[in-house]
Ligand binder design. Structure first.
Ligand code: HEC
Ligand code: HEC
Length: 366
């Protein structure tokens, strides 16, 4: 009797979660709907073959679906950027970049875009991403898009937006382009990108429980393996996001495959935060990623140097053991307090991986 009651409660919970998700999709504001159109429109790239979703695909945890390569190919075949595409989901929880009270927040691996709106202005014009020649060209591609949302765009961003693009009226173009980026940011803040429907969330809501191995992994993650020193609990309003929003150098080795694809000099080292701030004191530091859907977003780290979650955990466990790993890409600022020689067994490494797999969305709807 008690069991049946719990089961029906679980069913109700699942039903509620499902209907909430559907409702929120229907209840999107016009601005969020516009953002959704823009996010999925491949017409907004030079060869009409690439949208934001190409490198941030929903079924790949809103990251790059091509797992065999460390970096994404642009709209122009054969062009590659120099960093691994991170997840665009849950990015909305990162605060605006700030130097006050300790550096934190911002978008991109080095925090150089203050917020989601500023971030969204970049990819359309980046020559190794969507490669459009200028803002006006993006606006004109919206007007003629086969997805048919030009009226919605005019309604949200001004009736004269396309006219400004045609007459090259730069202040008008700038306004419309800012409005476009704002709409994408609004979409990125919706439940579609931030569903919190993982097994972990179900466990938190007492709808189910961890397996013994997942539980062991969680206890290691928050305990002896020291992960929560950086991938902290909390920070997602009332949910756990697994990031401190800060920047650290964990000593990832450089990735020769990336260097070859992006046609970089063979001794290339990514300065991370130090490059953005033009401050050698911050060199080698990258943003602590949130770990939601991390099962789906391989390869890992800013340069895609680690290919599986097992390899990631093994790296944290054994980085400082002589002869185990190639030299770090950058040695300055490398953190040695919380990682490098954790003394975990092979089985404990596996348990941490199993725990991280509970962070994959879609569990609650099943
Ligand atoms: C060709 C692949 C590609 C395309 C297309 C692309 N991105 Fe990205 N995205 C990346 C890469 C690579 C990074 C990391 C770059 C860096 O840190 O310097 C990134 C970073 C981001 C981030 C920051 C996430 C974080 O945790 O810091 C967001 C948000 C994002 N992209 C959204 C978008 C949106 C919106 C679009 C469309 C307007 C888009 N991307 C188009 C590859 C792409
Ligand atoms: C000192 C802070 C720190 C600690 C401790 C730490 N991490 Fe990280 N983690 C980071 C940073 C920073 C990055 C991004 C580094 C980069 O790309 O160079 C990262 C990246 C990752 C990634 C890759 C995410 C992606 O999308 O590419 C995973 C997975 C991960 N950490 C899991 C763990 C686990 C598991 C532990 C504990 C065994 C742990 N981390 C401990 C700071 C930390």
């Amino acid at each position: 009797m008690k069991q049946a009651c719990i089961n029906s409660m679980q069913y109700l919970g699942a039903l509620l979660a499902t209907s909430l998700v559907t409702q929120s999709a229907i209840a999107m504001t016009p601005q969020e709907q516009l953002g959704r159109f823009l996010y999925f429109d491949e017409n907004l790239s030079i060869n009409k073959n690439q949208s934001c979703a190409s490198c941030h695909l929903p079924t790949a945890g809103f990251a790059e679906p091509e797992r065999q390569l460390p970096v994404s190919e642009g709209s122009i075949p054969g062009t590659f950027g120099s960093r691994n595409a991170p997840s665009a989901s849950y990015a909305a929880f990162f605060p605006e970049f700030t130097l006050k009270g300790g550096i934190q927040g911002g978008q991109f691996w080095d925090g150089r875009a203050t917020n989601l709106t500023e971030q969204a202005k970049g990819p359309f014009l980046n020559p190794v991403e969507m490669a459009m020649p200028n803002e006006a060209a993006v606006l004109l591609a919206i007007e003629t898009s086969s997805h048919g949302y030009s009226a919605l765009f005019q309604q949200e961003c001004g009736n004269d937006a396309f006219e400004h693009a045609k007459t090259n009226f730069q202040p008008g173009i700038n306004n419309a382009y800012h409005c476009l980026a704002d709409a994408i940011a609004a979409f990125e803040r919706t439940d579609e990108l931030n569903p919190f429907t993982s097994k972990y969330d179900a466990v938190q809501a007492k709808m189910t429980s961890f397996t013994a191995v997942e539980e062991q992994g969680f206890n290691l993650f928050t305990g002896r393996a020291k992960c929560t020193h950086c991938h902290s609990l909390g920070n997602g309003k009332d949910k756990d996001l697994f990031t401190d929003f800060k920047f650290h150098n964990i000593g990832v080795p450089s990735n020769p495959e990336l260097i070859a694809l992006a046609k970089l000099p063979s001794d290339f080292k990514d300065p991370g935060l130090g490059g953005f701030l033009n401050n050698p004191k911050e060199i080698g530091r990258f943003k602590t990623t949130h770990l939601r859907n991390v099962e789906l977003t391989a390869p890992y780290m800013h340069n895609g140097a680690l290919t599986t979650l097992k390899e990631v955990v093994h790296f944290y466990n054994t980085r400082d053991i002589q002869g185990k790993w190639p030299a770090p890409e950058i040695r300055d600022n490398m953190n040695s307090s919380f990682l490098g020689d954790l003394g975990l067994t092979d089985e404990e490494e596996d348990a941490i991986v199993e725990f991280m797999k509970t962070l994959t969305d879609g569990y609650i709807r099943q």
